[in-house]
Structures are given as structure tokens and as C-alpha cells.
Design a binder for this molecule. Structure first.
Ligand code: CU
Length: 665
């Protein structure tokens, strides 16, 4: 449903109340409680002196850019944009021959996706700074970004899925990350059948996938999938502490509509939170209880020794059908069209956010277990038991605001919920279910993030709002304004706005982690003696050129400030030239670049000790320059060379030379 744009605290109150009247929902933001004052010392709280580091990394999804952006907090400075699902001309990701495999799928090469949710890997329920997972929503995929290199280390495609939205949330030791399908579809044997859309109820199924990343390598595989009724899964979180071993997913469209969902999927007063006993599922899978069903998918992995991607293609996947396994799945009724599904740090409570509800329901894991034991159900939905709402409810936060979406937590028993419609963050006490503070956002907030705020150990200190619209906050840049985040202090009793900072793509969701947990892991360069790339030249003596039919392979090196070789002759029209370039530098932060005129792809950006390959197909006879693209030294501008391209029938011998002027004199 399209929401009105809300501009200020006062205006939002008025429009929100209008929205309430239109929708017959009770409650509205209490008047006179909003504040938009930035106090005089806010700037000093985000000031990071030149030459000093930020306290937190903020890993922010790029939404429809398909990438992951890295900001420092509290400064809001953009440090890096990590290419994940989309090709990136800055780094050559998806353009170099070695990295193309990272973006292969069962549909072929897909150089884009829609990345929504970053999730940090965890040890004992606490983010450990090792990896950051992120989902591809469009062509269902999960990626793993290695925080030692800030590069994509692994991407797995999710079969039997469409719209991979409720992912990739992780269990307490990153045994699994999950992927819940947003759009139910015909799957397995039915996936390739020609099925009328109006047979949704009979033929469409949902599923949730449990993906296992190998702790040592980060290679990912699908451990098992659980088939579900045909609904839409939105978000998810793993249980922790007492609820360890369970996973919770919000689902909407329990109406099982397939057209005009805006109206048709908003009919029921309550949809569900789905509770999954993943420890039981794991045991069933180990005991061979599942069934392998068709589900071709790629698992791509970046090998840091060969500087190349490796792909494993799987033809099928293990599925568990809850009909065969009572106790695997339960539904908890949740008002109304639930979006966020968040578990508090104690693991005792599960917060559902009905985006059309005028309250926040908080479920009790203990009560859920009691209801299961007592078979306290109000019926079933497509064969899955539905527990009684009153029996599993810890309580409701009354009149919190309008359009609750997402909740994160601090270490002091408080929850912070984003309200899209009333454009605010509301702080409330999890035990008492009482609102204790509220602060406006500018403007429609989607996700929010507290450092560690979805884990067992929130570091607190800040809540960051990721907003959808920034009208009037920034210098105009044509019809589209920058997207943005806002940083608030949560140290005191009252939340305090400290900073607006622009973001790239759509800042959908984010994670934040103390820099001290990430910095010690940094890779500074790749050791040249460990380079196992089949075309590596580990010194200038190993450079050479070789013709293989129409292919010309060049073993080339870079070091400040020249290429070896830098003159190539004997290439003919009709040839494909492969420049295999090794950066010989063994020093932190000294990449070299490589580009050649007329190349139909991007550059290469080579990290110290790394080998990458650029494919170039010359289209005309003549001399073509090539050069270093990354300003590497005082003589960077001298870092260049030439390729002579001769006619197809030429007999110019294939040579590769680096010539000294002294030698010629
Ligand atoms: Cu250079």
C-alpha cells in the first residue's frame, strides 16, 4: 500500500491520523512528544579526528544496487563499496575472467541482484567479525563477504525459491543461514510444468532453506529445505538462549492471493509467525528422512590461493515435508501482515511487527513451548498446527505508532522499533511492554540497526535509521535525491539525533560491529609464493607470451612503475588476447590497475600478490595503448605499454618485450 510522504513530526502526526481514519485503525502518535532538535554538541559526538579511526563498522546493504557498502560510525564516512551480486567496474569484479564464475547461476551469468539484509556471522550468539552474509532477493542467492578481505568469498543459489527475502539470518554459531521464499511458486517436479496462476492454492508452495557455510572455507551448501504452505515469507530470526534450536519467520498472504495483494493479502485479521524446530529438522536430515527433489543450483566460491572462482553445480536438494514430521512447524497468529520478526537478546521473546497493526505483539517462547506440550491449538493451516494467540502471547505494546516494521534491542532490556507510516523510532521496554521514548526520522524509515542489536550481545550506543525518502535534507541532484541513514545516540534516557549521512543504492538493512573485532583479521596482501593461479608470473623472469590457435596468452607483471612486458607484437585481427596479470607488490594498499583501449569490459584492479585475467578482442589493425588505472607512484603516468595488432594474414612474429632506452643507444 502506498504510504503518504511524511515531512515533519507535526505533519506526520496529521497525515498519520488521516491514515488512521481512512483505515479505521485505533491509535495515533501522541501529540506533543515529537522532537527534532539537534543539540549543539551533536557534531562533537560524531567527529572523528583526521588520522583516527571510527569505532564501528556499519555494513549496509545497497538494496537494488546489489552491493554492500561499508561506513564508519559515528562519522558516517563511506569506506568501501563491496561488489557482491552486481558487476563492479571499479574492481573488475564480474569483468575479470576469474570472477565471472561468482555470478553464474542455473540461469546463466546474472550480474545483478537486489540485496536486502546483511547478517554478521556469530560465535555463541555474538557477532564475531569473520563474515557478513547478504541475500540476493531477485534470483535467489546468498553471499558471504569475508571481512578479512572485504570481498565476496562465496555465493550460493537457492533452488525452489522465488524472491529470497527472509534471509540470510544466522544461527548462534553460524551453523546455518536461512533463506525463506518471498513468492511461493510451483517447485520441484512441478517447477517446469505449465501451471495456471489461478491454481495457486493447489500448486504453489513456499519453502525455507537451511544453508551451511563450512567454518574453514566459507563454501556454502544447502543442508535441507522445509516445504511450507504457499504463503509469502518476509523476515526471520533464529532463537537464542532458551529458544536456541528454533527459527522464526514472519509470513503474510495467508489469504493465498495471487493478484492485487495490496488488497487481497490484507483481508485476514491475523497472519502468522512460523516457528521451525531446526534442531529436529537437522536430526531428520541426518537420519535420512528427507527426500531429494529436483533443484539445480550453483555454489560459487572464491579461492584466495588461485585467485579464481570455483563452481559446484548441484542437481537436486534434500527436502523435508512437515506433513511427514509432526513437531517440525507451528504457526503463531500475528496481527496483521507481519513484517519484522525479531528475537530479543535473552531469547525469551519474539517480536512480530504487523505492518498494518496498531500494536506490537510480543510472543513468549516459554508459553509457546507450553502451548505445544498442551496441544493448545485453534486449528490448522494447510495441515500445520496453529497455536492459540492468547496462549503464546507475552503481551502487546499498545498504541506504539503506525506501521511497525523492525525491532532491534539494546543491552538494557529496551527495544527500538521503526515505524514507516508515522516516521519515527519508538523505544519500549520488552518486559513491561511500555513505550519509554520516541524520536522522529527524516523520513520514512524502513530497517534500523543497533550495533549487535539482533544478537545476544547488543553493544548499544547508537541506533541507525535507514530511510526511504530524503526530500529537503540534501542538495538536490535531479529527480532522485540521495538515500540516507540517520545516527541517533541511545546512551541516555532520550534518543538524540546526531547525524544524517548519505548512502549508496537503497540502505535496506545493516549490521554494525566494533571495529576492534574486525581490524585484527585484515589481509594486507596475498603472499606471492602462495599464488597458485595457473597463469601467475611470480617474477619478471616468468613473463612470456604464447599463441594457442586464435588465443594469445600474455603472462604479465606489474610493479611500481611498469608492466613487463610493455610491448607486444604479432597479435592478429581475429585473435582473443588474454592478459594474465600478476601484481608483484608485497605491500599493503598498493594495487595496480590495467586497462586497454577498446576493451569491451572494465579494467582489472590487482591487489598485491594477486593474478587476474582481462580478455580483449581487438577490432582493428593498429597500435593500441594499455595503462595502469590506479595511481600507484610518482611515475604512475609512465606506467603504460603498446600492443601492435596486425592484419589476420600477417606474419609478424609474436613477441613480448620490455626495452631499455640505454640498450637502444
Ligand atoms: Cu600503477
Amino acid at each position: 500500500m502506498k504510504r503518504p510522504l511524511l515531512l515533519t513530526g507535526t505533519a506526520s502526526g496529521v497525515i498519520a491520523c488521516a491514515f488512521v481514519l481512512l483505515n479505521s485503525l485505533p491509535g495515533c502518535r501522541p501529540s506533543g512528544t515529537t522532537k527534532s532538535v539537534v543539540t549543539g554538541d551533536a557534531a562533537s559526538k560524531v567527529y572523528v579526528k583526521p588520522g583516527t579511526h571510527d569505532e564501528f563498522y556499519n555494513l549496509v546493504s545497497g538494496g537494488f544496487s546489489g552491493q554492500l557498502a561499508v561506513y564508519g560510525l559515528p562519522s558516517g564516512r563511506l569506506l568501501r563499496e563491496v561488489p557482491v551480486f552486481s558487476v563492479d567496474p571499479e574492481s573488475g569484479y564480474g569483468y575479470s575472467e576469474e570472477s565471472k564464475g561468482m555470478l553464474t547461476t542455473s540461469h546463466g551469468f546474472i550480474p545483478w541482484d537486489d540485496s536486502h539484509h546483511p547478517e554478521l556471522s556469530q560465535t555463541d550468539g555474538i557477532p564475531d567479525g569473520k563474515w557478513c552474509f547478504i541475500n540476493g532477493n531477485n534470483t535467489p542467492r546468498i553471499a558471504l563477504v569475508d571481512l578479512g578481505t572485504f570481498r565476496t568469498g562465496s555465493i550460493i543459489e537457492i533452488p525452489n525459491s522465488a524472491g529470497n527475502h527472509s534471509s540470510p539470518f544466522t544461527t548462534g554459531n553460524s551453523e546455518y543461514v536461512v533463506a525463506g521464499t518471498r513468492f511461493s511458486v510451483p517447485m520441484g517436479d512441478d517447477a517446469s510444468r505449465d501451471v495456471p496462476i489461478k491454481t495457486y492454492k493447489e500448486n504453489f508452495k513456499g519453502n525455507v532453506s537451511f544453508i551451511h557455510p563450512e567454518p574453514e572455507t566459507g563454501k556454502m551448501s544447502i543442508a535441507f529445505q522445509i516445504v511450507t504452505p504457499g504463503v509469502n515469507f518476509d523476515l526471520s530470526h533464529a532463537g537464542k538462549g532458551p529458544s536456541e534450536g528454533w527459527f522464526f519467520f514472519s509470513c503474510y498472504n495467508t489469504e493465498q492471493a495471487y493478484s492485487l495483494l495490496e488488497v487481497n493479502a490484507s483481508q485476514r485479521d491475523k497472519d502468522f509467525i512460523m516457528a521451525v524446530n531446526w534442531k529436529l529438522a537437522e536430526q531428520l536430515a541426518k537420519d535420512g528422512k528427507g527426500k531429494r527433489v529436483p533443484g539445480k543450483h550453483h555454489s560459487n566460491w572464491w579461492n584466495e590461493r588461485t585467485h579464481s572462482s570455483e563452481t559446484t553445480v548441484y542437481e537436486d536438494v534434500l527436502q523435508l515435508d512437515p506433513k511427514d514430521h509432526p513437531g517440525l512447524l507451528y504457526f503463531m497468529p500475528c496481527p496483521k501482515s507481519p513484517h519484522g520478526c525479531d528475537v530479543d537478546p535473552t531469547g525469551k521473546y519474539i517480536v512480530g511487527s504487523g505492518k498494518l497493526a496498531a500494536l506490537i505483539p510480543v510472543f513468549s517462547f516459554e508459553k509457546m513451548q507450553k502451548a505445544i506440550a498442551a496441544n493448545d491449538v485453534e486449528g490448522d493451516f494447510a495441515g500445520i498446527p496453529v497455536l492459540k494467540y492468547e496462549s503464546v502471547l507475552h503481551g502487546e505494546v499498545k498504541k506504539p505508532g503506525l506501521g511497525p516494521l523492525h525491532t532491534e534491542f539494546d543491552a538494557n532490556g529496551n527495544a527500538y522499533t521503526s515505524f514507516f507510516v508515522s516516521s519515527e523510532i519508538v523505544k519500549w521496554n520488552v518486559e513491561k511492554l511500555e513505550v519509554v521514548d520516541r524520536v522522529p526520522t527524516y523520513y520514512s524509515i524502513g530497517h534500523l540497526c543497533v550495533p549487535g542489536g539482533d544478537s545476544k550481545k547488543p553493544w548499544g550506543k547508537y541506533v541507525i535509521a535507514y530511510n526511504k525518502i530524503t526530500k529537503d535534507r540534501y542538495l538536490p541532484t535531479g529527480p532522485e535525491l540521495t538515500q540516507s541513514a540517520q545516527l541517533y545516540s541511545i546512551d541516555g534516557d532520550k534518543m538524540e539525533l546526531l547525524l544524517d549521512f548519505p548512502t549508496t543504492g537503497e540502505p535496506h538493512y545493516a549490521q554494525a560491529i566494533p571495529a576492534e573485532l574486525v581490524k585484527p583479521r585484515e589481509v594486507k596482501f596475498f603472499k606471492i609464493e602462495e599464488n597458485e593461479h595457473p597463469f601467475a608470473a611470480k617474477g619478471e623472469k616468468e613473463t612470456k607470451i604464447e599463441r594457442r590457435g586464435k588465443e594469445v596468452h600474455v603472462w604479465m607483471t606489474t610493479i611500481r612503475s611498469h608492466f613487463a612486458p610493455d610491448n607486444i607484437e604479432g597479435v592478429k585481427l581475429g585473435d582473443e588476447v588474454y592478459f594474465h596479470i600478476t601484481n608483484l607488490e608485497q605491500d599493503w594498499d598498493v594495487p595496480h590497475g590495467f586497462a586497454i583501449k577498446g576493451a569491451a569490459n572494465a579494467e582489472l584492479l590487482l591487489m598485491p600478490g594477486e593474478t587476474q585475467t582481462l580478455k580483449w578482442v581487438p577490432t582493428r589493425v593498429g597500435v593500441t595503448p594499455m595503462y595502469c588505472t590506479d595511481f600507484c607512484s610518482a611515475l604512475h603516468q609512465e606506467m603504460q605499454g603498446y600492443v601492435r595488432v596486425s592484419p589476420a594474414n600477417s606474419n609478424v612474429p609474436l613477441t613480448a618485450l620490455t626495452v631499455s632506452v640505454d640498450a637502444e643507444m
